[in-house]
Ligand binder design. Structure first.
Ligand code: PLP
Length: 408
């Protein structure tokens, strides 16, 4: 065995040779993280305000989360779903206790959670003797995942290229348009699927009253209301579920991303009405509800409680919103700041190259992501500090100032 530890350049060359070309990552290989800091193979530190796209909810290498995973790994990782495990029961209970939902099903990712919602909606209607209700209404610019079902309800054509035929029975309407929803919903509708804030589509919050109106339409028409809370849920907007901001309770929602702080875990949470929606044998996931993943999910909730994380999201989310608003007012490179909690974005002006801006921020030491093509997205871990936000925003400001000079 070679004693030579590969350099960053060698690892990058190797990655390009052995990994499938479906990603186009920045040429940085991260090998370690701590809190909001990431360290690359060359030893350089970066401030992470991307939080792994809203996944690292309590920061990198949080000692409580790391210890919980290590302890659980040494005790029990997996039994099959032919048996119960204590951690899955505890985590389902904790989610039920903190939300308006009554039952939980675990899987491994956001796409898988949304697949589960789609199957639940159709099967529930079938079980009710409403087998003709097969249609799913989704929205333009939505994002629900990359598996074929989740992709079929994703309202962005660029992700559909070369992937057809997609799932039939999907109807798309503009987001935040109640009249279009009213026109689309009817006796063939199984469910309406919405994000409380469209995240990947460009950080577009629901307009005041929109979610309430869609809830009323679903109730009047006998359709289910499903929220995709993969990015908005588990504290990101300052409430346990993002929809709690509006007070609207959907019939079911999907969760993933930050739920286990970086460990793969997805879930759907449903109201009692849907408890029998997926009878035994109708749906399953080998790894779903894995004891190790659920132990990580429980540790995240413990950290939320012990460290006052949701209060931090409300306080620092407001602060981030104010500072981004000030940048939008001041800098020609930015036209608008939008978002909620710690899910926020800066809309870049025409002529400002989003990819180049993102790379310039990284080169200057701040890791961010893009959404909706032209939105610089901020999804830091939920325990981000004021000092970290200030440090990152000062760097982003100088990057955007230069970007405007280039564009001019
Ligand atoms: C709202 C939403 N739904 C679903 C997904 C898909 O999640 P995953 O990549 O875990 O399948 C994402 C991922 O970005 C998302 O933002």
């Amino acid at each position: 065995m070679s004693t030579h530890e590969a350099t960053q350049a060698e690892l990058l060359e190797r990655a390009r040779a052995v990994q499938l070309g479906n990603y186009a990552p920045a040429p940085v290989v991260f090998t370690r993280g701590e809190g909001r800091r990431l360290y690359d193979r060359a030893g350089r530190a970066y401030l992470d305000l991307s939080g792994g796209v809203a996944v690292n909810s309590v920061g990198h290498a949080h000692p409580v989360l790391a210890a919980a995973i290590a302890e659980q790994a040494a005790r029990l990782m997996h039994v099959s779903n032919l048996f119960y495990n204590d951690r899955a029961i505890e985590l389902a209970s904790a989610i039920v206790d903190r939300s308006a939902f009554d039952r939980v099903y675990f899987c491994n990712s956001g796409a898988e959670a949304n697949e589960s919602l789609l199957k639940l909606a159709r099967r529930f209607q079938y079980e009710q003797g409403q087998g003709e209700r097969v249609e799913i209404i989704s929205t333009h610019r939505s994002f629900h995942g990359r598996t074929l079902g989740a992709l079929s309800v994703t309202g962005q054509d660029k992700y559909h290229v070369g992937m057809g035929p997609l799932l039939p029975g999907v109807v798309f309407v503009p987001y935040n348009d109640v009249d279009a929803m009213r026109a689309a919903i009817g006796p063939r509708t199984a469910a309406v699927l919405l994000e409380p804030v469209q995240a990947e589509g460009g950080i577009i919050p629901a307009a005041p009253g929109y979610l309430e109106s869609v809830r009323a339409l679903c109730d009047a028409e006998g359709a289910l209301l499903l929220f995709d809370e993969v990015q908005t849920g588990y504290g990101r907007l300052g409430t346990f579920m993002g929809a709690q901001r509006s007070g609207v309770v959907p019939d079911a929602c999907s969760l993933a991303k930050g739920i286990a702080g970086g460990f793969p875990l997805g879930a759907i949470a449903v109201t009692e009405r849907l408890a029998g929606g997926l009878p035994p044998g109708s749906h399953a996931s080998t790894f779903g509800g894995n004891a190790l993943a659920c132990a990580a999910g429980l540790a995240v909730l413990r950290i939320f409680d012990e460290e006052g994380v949701l209060a931090n999201v409300n306080r620092e989310g407001d602060y981030l919103g104010q500072r981004l608003g000030a940048l939008a007012a001041e800098l020609p490179a930015v036209t608008e700041a939008r978002g909620d909690g710690l899910l926020r974005g800066l809309v870049l002006a025409e002529g400002v190259d989003p990819g180049a801006t993102w790379r310039a921020a990284l080169d200057a030491g701040v890791a961010l992501t893009l959404a909706g093509g032209n939105v610089l997205r901020f999804t830091p871990s939920l325990n981000v500090t004021r000092a970290e936000l200030d440090e990152g925003l000062d760097i982003v400001k100088s990057v955007l100032t230069k970007a405007a000079e280039v564009a001019a």
